[in-house]
Design a protein around this ligand. Structure first.
Ligand SMILES: C[S@@+](CC[C@H](N)C(=O)[O-])C[C@H]1O[C@@H](n2cnc3c(N)ncnc32)[C@H](O)[C@@H]1O
Length: 277
């Protein structure tokens, strides 16, 4: 039975085949993700604290809180940027669909008396009209979306911004694309994916669709269960970004090397895009 189930995962999945379980909002996995966010020496879930400081400083320079008062941080996680934006003078809304991260962010809000408006919500469902001056989406999350969802998000963000408002986000460049591979890991005492002993079979697949989609598939086996997590990703050049943004109505588009304002080069691992309504 287990063997039969497992054979399903021996071939390349169809493009956008769903996971069997949630990832960001899973009761157990979200614990490890929150730890990753809060550990200043890991940069898997968020970047290092010094980078966060630089990033908020730079954003405050290109969109000062005196003029750009209200800021919405999409995928805010445990609120590490949101707290900094608040200290920089913005009136902040943070949105995330990890219950655990939002609960942590709300605790911090109490401790810091920072009156940030946190919302547990999928950012693809925002429906605001001319409410925000700045919208951020930080740590390359734009790129996990399919082209359909990216265009949907761009439309919703455009609608949610006031005139002259800015959408600021970053993406990885094709330098970060991985080679196709298969590997496995045995976690005898439990680990990231499951608290019980488990084996994780990991595959990287490349697709030849127009969007050059990449998949990291993790099949997690415990004594009783087989769960499959499909994590999709995309990589962007400046030209590719320009072409998908062109029909969305933004009046201006600027590129940087990262979301802390480094100058753009053709050889960087990230691109930060600043769109002005
Ligand atoms: C890579 S983390 C980055 C967190 C934060 N922006 C940072 O850099 O510290 C991505 C975050 O986006 C959230 N997220 C992913 N997709 C989302 C969606 N569709 N709606 C709301 N939150 C989402 C996840 O729960 C996670 O907290």
């Amino acid at each position: 039975m287990m063997f039969h189930k497992l054979t399903k995962y021996t071939s390349k999945p169809k493009l956008y085949a769903p996971s069997t379980n949630q990832f960001w909002d899973d009761e157990y996995i979200s614990k490890g993700l929150l730890e990753a966010h809060l550990n200043p020496n890991w940069d898997g879930a968020t970047r290092k604290p010094e980078f966060l400081d630089q990033s908020v400083k730079w954003i405050s320079k290109i969109a000062p809180s005196s003029q750009y008062k209200s800021l919405l941080d999409l995928g805010c996680g445990p609120g590490l940027y949101a707290e900094r934006f608040h200290s920089a003078g913005y009136s902040v809304t943070g949105m995330d669909f990890s219950k655990r991260s939002i609960a942590y962010a709300k605790q911090q809000r109490l401790l810091n008396k920072s009156n940030i408006d946190y919302r547990y919500q999928n950012y693809l469902t925002i429906y605001s009209i001319e409410q925000f001056d700045v919208i951020t989406l930080i740590y390359c999350d734009y790129a996990v979306l399919s082209i359909t969802d990216r265009l949907l998000l761009l439309r919703k963000v455009y609608q949610a911004l006031r005139t002259k408002g800015k959408f600021i986000f970053d993406v990885f460049t094709p330098l970060m694309r991985k080679d196709e591979s298969r590997s496995w890991q045995y976690c005898e005492e439990g680990g990231f994916w499951n608290e019980n002993p488990h084996i994780c079979l990991e595959s990287i697949y490349q697709y030849d669709d127009e969007d050059h989609t990449e998949l990291r598939q993790c099949v997690v086996l415990t004594e009783e269960t087989i769960n499959c997590y499909n994590i999709w990703d995309h990589f962007f050049t400046k030209e590719a970004l320009l072409s998908e943004i062109q029909s969305t109505g933004f009046s201006r588009c600027e590129f940087y090397g990262d979301i802390a304002g480094k100058a753009f080069t053709d050889t960087g691992k990230t691109i930060c895009c600043v769109l002005t309504k």
